[in-house]
Design a protein around this ligand. Sequence first.
Ligand SMILES: [Zn+2]
Length: 482
Amino acid sequence: MGILSGLEPAKVFHYFEAICGIPHGSYHTKQISDYCVRFAQEHGLHYIQDEANNVILFHPGTTGYEQSAPVILQGHLDMVCEKEPGCPMDFGKDGLHLRLEDGYVSADGTTLGGDDGIAVACALAILDSDDIPHPPLEVILTTDEEVGMLGAAALDCSPLQSRIMLNLDSEDEGILLVSCAGGLQADCHIPVTRENADGLSVTVTLSGLTGGHSGVEIHKGRANANQLLGRFLNELGEAVRFRLCSVEGGLKDNAIPRKAAAALVIPPDEQAALTDAVSHWQAVFAGEYGVTDPALALTAEIGQAATVSALDERSQRNVIAALVNVPAGVQRMSPDIPGLVQTSLNPGILTTSEAEVTLVFSVRSSVRSEKEALYNRLENLFTLLGGSVTRHGDYPAWEYRRDSRLRELMVQVFEQQYGHRPEVQAVHAGLECGLFAGKLPGLDCISFGPDMDDIHTTKERLNVGSVRRTWNYLLEVLKQLK
Ligand SMILES: [Zn+2]
């Protein structure tokens, strides 16, 4: 007897417990993938397993649904592996120790992988039943979602007939996700030439900013250290004849930078002017960002007189022009979904080498053409400054569909079952749905799922009642997709 036997829906929890007994952390998905293949063989289902360990399982429509348009059920096989200090569990070979408490399932000392094991369990439970009416099904179980959606990116979608997809990788019952952002990383280079300069060495540091995730928190109006440092340098030129040696700031393209610094030399007799400028702009920035970045600090550390390798005048002008003029933050809010950031960018990493200054951006938009427009704008600016821009890590958006038969149906079924409307939402970050929307033109897709708390942490727990309601909802949607 399993810990979860006795819970309803029985088959869903049966398969969930089975999955939890098989190690399936990201990059270690062969075993769970083979388990799904054995399931297909035992049930006489047509299946595809690829080199990335993705599995697609096919099931014909049930009686009366043979001619219905096929439907994709989708989730990911891999889980995030976190454990509490001292927990002896080995994610490479041990199963999870499940716990059932107060109507929640969790795992002793580790993540549970309800994200996204519950999707796999629901899909297998449907495929295993003979009393659930449904259209022809294409069940896509991907790998390594949690480490960059690698499985979905590698998947060959040409065997798929369906253009209707139910993604079961959301963790808020009552929310239907209908769109996500696409993105890319833009590396913007400005070549610099150097010459020796004499003066007092100074390091100006802007620190203590709040920062945050460039997808989730870009709309909060927080200061961007790289951009604000550029503004300060531009203003400083009015007061002090400084020479710029380097600028550095931020750690990740998708994190709003919390700290940036510039190395300069100044004429020895302009030390007081520098100190005055720093305290003046510290006060100005504190006024502008007191609410969003209360710990913001602009400081200058004055060192020895020295001869240093500084940017020549033209290079310095170009670098400061770039930092002052780059767009940053929210560029457009969605006209379709209130409160959703549609297009944004974040100059996340600023570095200086001997021969160039580089600014790395995370560009996001749920509208492909707006992402491209923003990239082209960066290219235009940096080309004008004698530099260049390269792109990588491009992933497609899942664009909002103004006409969606699936959304209408799912809203309607939700209202029938719950007695109120679901929330229709979108996220300003990447989801697997975006990759599928890119590969399956015309895809009509919704992402939803049962309530889970604290996913990706050892406190992760799955709400049993919510699983039951979400399951009933899923079955009714399938029934009505005749
Ligand atoms: Zn997930």
